[in-house]
Design a protein around this ligand. Structure first.
Ligand SMILES: NC(=O)c1ccc[n+]([C@@H]2O[C@H](COP(=O)([O-])OP(=O)(O)OC[C@H]3O[C@@H](n4cnc5c(N)ncnc54)[C@H](O)[C@@H]3O)[C@@H](O)[C@H]2O)c1
Length: 381
């Protein structure tokens, strides 16, 4: 039983994901004495923080126990650290990952892995050929509500799954009257912006696992807010969509709809809701809670709802209880990947899964541009 130190480069450490998720959870694992592997060894993360602004990097590193840091990614990649996490802004990710693969680092990166499916598959092939472990962050099914929804699905509760409906989004201020809650790069194509590229990366794996693999897509997009104000107070033109509606077909005959927008004011339990209807029952989940309604508990609503107060549509749903306490989603992502590297444990969200997510966004863009349904071909290494 040995302590094994493993160096992890976090590129984009000062960003929201970099600081609050990747750095925070890896430091927590290290503070607990490392991740205990099957053979009793402990894998202890040692971080190398990378960012663009030396002053901010020095402050971040000092505030978190004097972590190692640099503003030079090439220098970090030339060092002995074994894992590369890219959680900087999406634009330019393939180039950074190619460099990390050439430097022999295992790859664990944020979504989306690339702007196009071709580039995403190229990264998967390169990492695989180099014999490196690789993965993408797929955190949403570790959120309590969606983890329960997956449990409901796997229990066979739904019978034949008929449809899935995703209703997600909220209002993102344009920065003029109220501060914009998202970094401006999200609204510029050249920096990796665009809602479909950003969020299809989640919807693809969620639908593939909660329902069945997606086989076809038809999408409609728009840019509700054509002008915004950036972090420096400058007006800029938005050239990326902030609304994406998509219709889907799944293997086995289920159908689906995604309503996703950063220009909507939600009146529902959570900003991200997923409903699955099946022949034997339905379930609705947000990030934290999940409710089911079985066939025998389904109230008559077609006729009764025609008069005010005729039926309480919120009744007759049962909340799925919490089972065991669960660890935060990103912590779970990291533990699985560290086990993959440290003890060769199986790992589902590889860069091929990352490419599938990019593929759905890619095909949605094509569907919208060409005004037609598009089949989703199977991806192979
Ligand atoms: N898994 C998830 O649920 C989830 C959630 C949010 C974001 N993300 C992904 O994580 C990545 C980072 O997102 P974030 O919300 O932390 O972004 P952020 O803007 O908070 O952080 C971006 C980081 O990249 C750096 N950067 C490098 N080049 C930049 C550029 N040209 N413009 C702006 N910043 C630049 C910034 O300094 C910063 O450290 C993105 O790829 C995003 O898609 C994933």
């Amino acid at each position: 039983m040995a302590d094994r130190r493993i160096g992890i480069i976090i590129n984009g450490a000062t960003g929201r994901m970099g600081t609050t998720q990747h750095m925070a959870h890896l430091l927590a694992i290290a503070a607990e004495g490392g991740l205990k592997l099957k053979n009793g060894d402990r894998l202890i993360p040692e971080l190398m923080l990378v960012g663009r602004d030396a002053r901010r990097m020095a402050a971040l590193a000092a505030a978190h126990g004097n972590q190692r840091w640099t503003t030079n990614l090439d220098e970090a990649l030339a060092g002995p650290d074994r894992i590369f996490m890219d959680c900087s802004a999406t634009g330019g990710r393939p180039e950074r990952v190619r460099k990390a693969i050439a430097a022999g680092k295992h790859i664990h990166i944020e979504k989306p892995t690339a702007p196009t499916v071709e580039e995403a598959m190229e990264l998967a092939r390169l990492a695989d050929k180099a014999g490196l472990k690789h993965g993408v962050i797929q955190d949403k099914l570790f959120l309590p509500g969606f983890a329960k929804l997956l449990f409901v699905k796997n229990s066979g509760f739904f019978g034949r799954i008929l449809s899935v409906k995703i209703d997600a989004g909220s209002w993102i201020f344009d920065g003029a009257t109220q501060e914009c809650q998202r970094p401006s790069w999200n609204y510029r194509k050249r920096d990796g912006g665009g809602l479909a590229l950003d969020m299809m990366a989640h919807w693809r794996y969620m639908i593939d696992r909660l329902v069945a693999p997606v086989t076809a897509v038809s999408a409609l997009m728009s840019t509700a807010m054509p002008e915004r104000v950036d972090e420096a107070g400058q007006r800029y033109t938005v050239d990326a969509e902030d609304t994406n509606y998509a219709l889907l077909q799944m293997q086995g005959g289920a159908i689906g709809v995604i309503l996703n927008s950063w220009a909507t004011r939600p009146r529902r339990e959570d900003t991200m809701m997923v409903q699955i209807d099946g022949s034997n029952g339905s379930a609705v989940a947000g990030r934290f809670r999940c409710y089911t309604q079985s066939a025998v508990n389904t109230p008559e609503a077609f006729i009764k709802a025609a008069v005010p107060g005729g039926v309480d549509l919120m009744a007759h749903w049962q909340e799925v209880p919490d089972a065991i306490p669960v660890k935060p989603p990103f912590r779970q992502c990291w533990e699985l990947f560290l086990r993959h590297v440290g003890e060769d444990a199986p790992y589902l969200p590889t860069l091929i899964e990352g490419a599938k997510a990019v593929q759905l966004a890619d095909l949605a863009y094509r569907s919208f541009a060409e005004r037609r349904w598009i089949d989703v071909p199977e991806l192979r290494l």
